[in-house]
Write a protein that binds this ligand. Structure first.
Ligand SMILES: Nc1ncnc2c1ncn2[C@@H]1O[C@H](COP(=O)(O)OP(=O)(O)OP(=O)(O)O)[C@@H](O)[C@H]1O
Ligand SMILES: [Mg+2]
Length: 253
């Protein structure tokens, strides 16, 4: 009996394929991907350039649909949905964190974080503001609520992006090279935050080139040529907080 037996399945892929037709040629970007991701898992998806990571992430994020196969997000079949249905599902169920933050420039943290709630009729303006502030406090930015994106560091901008991803209480957080633009220390600070969210029971999928990140997650899926090459549990999750504490002190010269 595995320890996932009682857990809720958040994501299920059954033999997902994605072909791109390029003139006479067909590119097989995903060649039959199947897996289940359970609530509370912190999964890294890795693989070399061209192995299909972005194509897979676009499927998971409901930004694209498979050529064949099934995708269930929180029990809902995505394949047969229209583009606008997918947009609603995406807005409600998924929090995105990108390498380049994707914040609105010259816009305050609270306003950036409120954005995913703008289309949600259940929130009044003051409830939106309240939720955004709560989310920013969760990522340690309670003191940067009214700073604009261009007045913050990369690590702070990524925290705002994570607060924005959390504000809707999504079923899953999808991160695409979320530490890719950050220096080592700041990358670890962001990893500490992801591990905190994991400890709180959030479901996280983190796509990355960087094999080091896998050591901080609970499961690693490795792609090669559009197929799963390896899918393993990590029973020895390292602490990002510890790694951060052990980094050599920054030189001020
Ligand atoms: N829109 C598209 N049209 C045609 N071919 C595509 C398209 N998107 C991706 N591909 C092809 O599918 C394969 C997988 O691409 P993908 O972008 O998913 O790789 P990746 O793992 O994200 O690589 P990287 O690490 O370089 O970002 C590649 O061979 C790529 O050329
Ligand atoms: Mg890519």
């Amino acid at each position: 009996m595995s320890n996932n037996d009682n857990k809720k399945v958040v994501i299920e892929l059954n033999d997902v394929r994605r072909n791109f037709v390029m003139g006479e040629e067909v590119v097989h970007a995903l060649r039959g991907i199947s897996f289940k991701i359970y609530e509370g898992e912190f999964v890294t998806i890795m693989g070399t350039s061209g192995s299909g990571k972005s194509t897979l992430l676009n499927q998971l994020g409901c930004l694209d649909t498979p050529t064949s196969g099934e995708y269930y997000l929180d029990g809902v079949s995505v394949r047969t949905m229209s583009r606008s249905q997918r947009a609603v599902l995406r807005n409600r169920k998924i929090g995105f964190v990108f390498q380049n933050y994707n914040l609105l420039a010259k816009t305050t943290s609270v306003e950036n974080v409120e954005l995913p709630l703008m289309y949600n009729k259940n929130y009044s303006a003051s409830q939106r503001r309240e939720a955004a502030i709560k989310s920013l406090e969760m990522v340690g930015l309670g003191n940067r609520l009214y700073h604009k994106s261009n007045q913050m560091s990369g690590g702070q901008m990524q925290r705002v992006a994570i607060a924005r991803a959390l504000v809707n209480d999504p079923a899953v957080i999808l991160a695409d090279e979320a530490t890719g633009n950050l220096d080592t220390r700041t990358s670890f600070e962001i990893l500490v935050l992801f591990q905190k969210l994991h400890a709180e029971g959030r479901t996280i999928i983190f796509v990355t080139h960087n094999p080091e990140i896998a050591q901080y997650s609970s499961r690693n899926i490795m792609l090669r040529d559009g197929k799963i090459r390896e899918d393993v549990q990590n029973n020895n999750i390292l602490s990002a907080a510890e790694a951060l504490a052990n980094l050599p002190a920054p030189q001020d010269d």
